[in-house]
Design a protein around this ligand. Sequence first.
Ligand SMILES: *Cc1c(COP(=O)(O)O)cnc(C)c1O
Length: 372
Amino acid sequence: MKVPFVDLKTQYNSIKDEVRAAIDDVLENTAYVLGRHVVNFEKEFAKMHGVKHCYGLSSGTDGNHSVLWALGIAPGDEVIIPANTFIATAWGATLCGAKPVFTDCHPESYNIDPDKVEAAITPRTKAIVAVHLYGQPADIDRLKEIADARNILLVEDCAQAHLSEYKGKRVGGLSTASSFSFYPGKNLGAYGEAGAVCTNDDELALKFKMIRDHGSHEKYIHYSFGHNYRMEAIQGAVLEVKLNHIDKWTEKRRNAAKLYSKYLSDFSEVVLPVEMNYAKHVYHLYVIRLGSTDTRNKLQAFLSDNGISTGLHYPVPLHVQPCFSALGYRKGVMPVTENLAECGLSLPMFPDITEEQIEYTASIIKNFFNKN
Ligand SMILES: *Cc1c(COP(=O)(O)O)cnc(C)c1O
């Protein structure tokens, strides 16, 4: 049996007619950037996440940048971010000329550890970026308490966490501002590059609108510096269609995670992901941990030999990336993050994965441990 890591084709086939009609509408109407579909999508997406404003952008990375740019993060400032995340989280700070300060993650949630955040704060700290990694929200209440007590901004990177919930509330409106990615493989994926920013703050919303469109909200008048971070109309149209299905796809991911837990729970060799008691996890990734790097690598090869594709998230943590060598971090200072990098393995996860594929994957893992 073949088990891909992600399968986008089955999902496309299930919405093919709707998506093609929506794209056709864009082509016929010749408004190829922003436009009606993007506006409708923004409205619906904001409503879905319980947040007042949403602006469609060209990528999640541009969202990471826009959030900190609009908040005035500048050279000399420090921004605390988890060492365990995708590199784009760090570009938010670096593109503003600020210094990223990395912190370790929590051993159960794998998200930024509030205790470590507290220890990393200096007089220059201006913002904390809570990444809701793998689809599980970070511990927002504790982070907010820490940030509010010191007048530091708290923002969210929701690139992997569409529709996920913290204490019953959807992510995206739990902090000053948030960014989302709609990269094709994300839980809500466009058919190309796309992202968004959200906020409840009217003034900040206007800044987002201007940053994405050359510092302007009025033709030919540029009130501030800006960029071209606008969402393409085709992506807005695709996302508008997909919003009608995202609830169902999210539940299918959660169900797949339940099945993995069911079939893998009797292996002491495998540490399964934990859904924290405050969280509704949406399983962008299903990351297990093994006892050693050697075991992880051998298991990954064995799964591959048996037709099962897996991933690593993330094999080189941010604090030891070559681009950040000038910051002077050493290997060894982020033990939880480094353990995930060395011993973590992401199993196949997508809404259309079948119970047979999950059971098969679990049985191959079982064979591996019986043999070794
Ligand atoms: C994917 C991702 C991004 C970047 O989004 P793009 O749309 O690919 O630019 C940022 N942060 C995290 C945590 C991500 O997973």
